[in-house]
Every structure is written in structure tokens, then in C-alpha cells.
Design a protein around this ligand. Structure first.
Ligand SMILES: Nc1ncnc2c1ncn2[C@@H]1O[C@H](COP(=O)(O)OP(=O)(O)O)[C@@H](O)[C@H]1O
Ligand SMILES: [Mg+2]
Length: 372
């Protein structure tokens, strides 16, 4: 009997088989050791949508607990301009209290130090008191707090500055030992540090979360398929890597569609086109359409050329292509540079160190060329 689909193409769903991330895990283990031996050096994970930040934080939680230490995972929901930093800190406090097992004080008592009625200027004092009391209410040598999706605090960005201020307080440093691991998308993090300069200097240990490598992808797919009654041809596994470049979400989504196309427990090249079409359609709904809607018509013209050429191009290349050849059209040539920089700012294209522009994500490139 063939088992239900084992792939997990849902944001925030942990993969059935956690692939790769040896380097990231050892960085985290070192942070744990340093925190136990000396003092906590809070760590920040940076990575784009779907790259595996949430899954990695949950892996860190498991590693911590395996060592016999408590850890709690807090998912930060989106705050709006009407909220105050105090609301955000209160949510974090609630999640921490709910997530830590065996506390000696009741949740209500611990959150009591944290009254919503008091004014915003007290947020810092209240969060400090909360952490001091929380520390008293447990026996471990170290408590790990994982805060996921910090970018959701953009509209109350001083929350992070308050967190920084609290964690730098002498009382907190002397009397407690909390290790904070944060995650955010890179662009939002740059905005935070632009606005609140000391934040960048405080959270100095960073881990850039990137794609999985080829071996990781092939091994993850194989191990996920174990005991399901389904096998993928080697060719298919190669193609999964070629198309996704190891982007974890794309790997899970594509593999999931391929799995659904099995015939007699086998997935070969006959299943490919259909699975790829469905994957692109879903990626469009999840993400690519939103990304594309940020591009103006003129920017779209340039994006189409990059998608078709499938290679990095310089400003000069693009300028020439707009004047002669098959892409030639009426175009404000003088502004090409601005359009390209704007596309880069919006996170739609990349610029390499030689100043060449490219669409880095093959799936996105495929998506753009199919819209022509
Ligand atoms: N190390 C990994 N190995 C295999 N699949 C992974 C891994 N990390 C993430 N995934 C899968 O990728 C998708 C996105 O992961 P997620 O952790 O939600 O990313 P993010 O939080 O950065 O948006 C999920 O479907 C998840 O199951
Ligand atoms: Mg996430």
C-alpha cells in the first residue's frame, strides 16, 4: 500500500526529514556552550521566505532539550501601527510562560509583573522584572528563548530596541542566563538597525540561512520516501535540485507534486511537466505574484529579458539589447540603471559583485518567462 504524501510544503511545518544544516547546528551548539560557560551571546538567523528559519529554530529547540535544558519557541504574529511595544513584549512573555515546563510560579503570577495598563515608558522595566521573576521560578542553568519572525514587529520596531536594552542591563546579566535566538528576513532586519543603531551592534552573531546543497536535497528526498512505497528515479532527484537550487520550500512543494503523480509507486520523467506546472502555480499564489506585482511595466520589460537569457547581464548588455536585436523596443534607455536598482531593492533580482544583474531563483525565472 502506498502511504499518504510525506512531504510538507507548508510554511512553518516541520519537514518529516530534516536535511543538512550541520554547520548551523554546530554554530548553535557552540552558542549553547559559550552561554553555559561564560555568558550568552544572542544569535540572529537571517533568511528569506521559505528558506527554513522556523524549522531550524525548532531543531535548535530539540538540541537544547536533548541537553537537558529548557527552551521555548515563540512565534511572533503581525503587529500593526495601533499596537505598542508593550503589547508585543506581553505576547512574548505569555508565549514564554506557556512554553516553559515546570515553572514554580503560576502563569498569572509571572505575568502580573507585566501589567498592560502601565504606560509605554515602563515597557522596559516591566520586561526586566518579568525576566528576573521568570528566572527565579525555574532551576535550570540556562534557558533558551527562540523568537521567530521578528519582521512582524516592523510597525513596533522599538520593541527590539527595548529587548536589547533589557538584555544589556546589569541585573539581567548578573542574575539570569537567558540565551535568545531570533529570526528575521534580511531586509526588515536592515530597517531595524537603520532605525535603532545599537540593535545592530548588540545582536552581532548572525547566521545566514541559505539553500540546502545537492547531497542534502537528494538524501532528504530519499529518506522522506522511505517506507512510503514510492520511489523517485535518479533523474528526477537531479531535476529537483536543478530547478530549486536547494530552496527547502520549493523542494518540498515540487517533491510533493511529484509524489502525487506516481504511477505504480514510481515517479519518472513522465510525471515531471505536470508536477512542475502545479508547483509554479502554487508558488505564484504563495509568493511570486506578490513579488511580481511590485514591478512596474518598464521593470517587467527588463525582468523578461533576464528570465529569457538565463544568465547575469550588465547594464550595458541590457542597454544594447533594448536598442538592437529581438528584444529591441521603445524604452527610456537612460533610466535602465534606475529600474535595475529598484528591482534589486524590491528583492526581485540580484546584483553580483561584478555589477551583473540576474534572477537568482530558477523557479521564479521560469514563472516570469511563462507569463510572456
Ligand atoms: N532542513 C530542512 N530539510 C527539509 N525541509 C525543510 C528544511 N527546512 C525547512 N524545510 C521545509 O521548507 C519549508 C519552509 O520551511 P520554514 O521553516 O517554514 O521556512 P521559513 O520559516 O524560513 O519561512 C517547509 O515546508 C519545511 O518543511
Ligand atoms: Mg517561518
Amino acid at each position: 500500500m502506498i502511504k499518504p504524501n510525506p512531504f510538507t510544503p507548508q510554511s512553518g511545518w516541520e519537514p518529516r526529514v530534516f536535511g543538512g544544516r550541520e554547520k548551523e547546528s554546530s554554530v548553535f551548539e557552540r552558542s549553547l556552550e559559550d552561554a553555559l560557560a561564560l555568558r550568552p551571546n544572542h544569535l540572529l538567523l537571517l533568511g528569506e521566505w521559505g528558506i527554513g528559519k522556523t524549522s531550524l529554530l525548532k531543531q535548535f529547540k530539540r538540541i537544547t532539550q536533548e541537553r537537558g535544558l529548557p527552551a521555548c519557541f515563540c512565534s511572533i504574529s503581525r503587529f500593526s501601527g495601533k499596537d505598542r511595544p508593550l503589547d508585543a513584549l506581553h505576547l512574548i512573555a505569555e508565549e514564554v510562560v506557556m512554553g516553559l515546563p515546570g515553572l514554580k510560579a503560576s502563569p498569572a503570577k509571572l505575568l502580573d509583573s507585566f501589567s498592560r495598563k502601565k504606560s509605554l515608558v515602563h515597557a522596559q522595566t516591566q520586561f526586566t522584572t518579568f525576566l528576573l521573576e521568570l528566572w527565579q521560578a525555574q532551576d535550570a542553568k540556562l534557558v533558551v528563548i527562540l523568537l521567530d519572525d521578528l519582521q512582524n514587529l516592523s510597525s513596533v520596531s522599538n520593541t527590539i530596541d527595548i529587548l536589547r536594552a533589557v538584555l544589556s542591563k546589569e541585573d539581567i546579566i548578573k542574575k539570569t542566563r537567558f540565551l535568545f535566538i531570533l529570526s528575521s528576513t534580511p531586509n526588515d532586519w536592515s530597517v531595524f538597525i537603520d532605525k535603532h543603531d545599537p540593535v545592530g551592534r548588540f545582536f552581532r552573531s548572525r547566521l545566514n540561512v541559505g539553500n540546502l546543497d545537492k547531497t542534502d536535497v537528494v538524501t532528504t528526498v530519499d529518506r522522506t520516501l522511505e517506507d512510503t512505497g514510492v520511489t523517485f528515479d535518479n533523474d528526477i532527484k537531479e531535476r529537483i535540485f536543478d530547478h530549486t537550487n536547494g530552496h527547502p520550500y520549493e523542494v518540498q512543494l515540487l517533491a510533493s507534486h511529484l509524489y502525487n503523480g506516481q504511477i505504480g509507486g514510481r515517479v519518472d520523467n513522465d510525471s515531471w511537466d505536470n508536477a512542475l506546472n502545479n508547483t509554479l502555480k502554487e508558488l505564484g499564489k504563495d509568493y511570486f505574484n506578490t513579488l511580481l506585482s511590485k514591478a512596474s511595466d518598464r521593470e517587467m520589460d527588463l525582468l523578461r529579458i533576464l528570465a529569457e537569457e538565463k544568465r547575469p547581464l550588465s547594464i550595458k548588455d541590457l542597454r544594447t539589447m533594448m536598442i538592437v536585436g529581438r528584444y529591441a523596443k521603445k524604452f527610456p534607455i537612460a533610466n535602465i540603471k534606475n529600474f535595475l536598482y529598484r528591482l534589486e531593492e524590491k528583492g526581485i533580482i540580484d546584483r553580483n559583485k561584478n555589477g551583473y544583474f540576474d534572477i537568482p531563483d530558477r523557479m521564479f525565472r521560469e514563472f516570469v518567462s511563462r507569463r510572456n
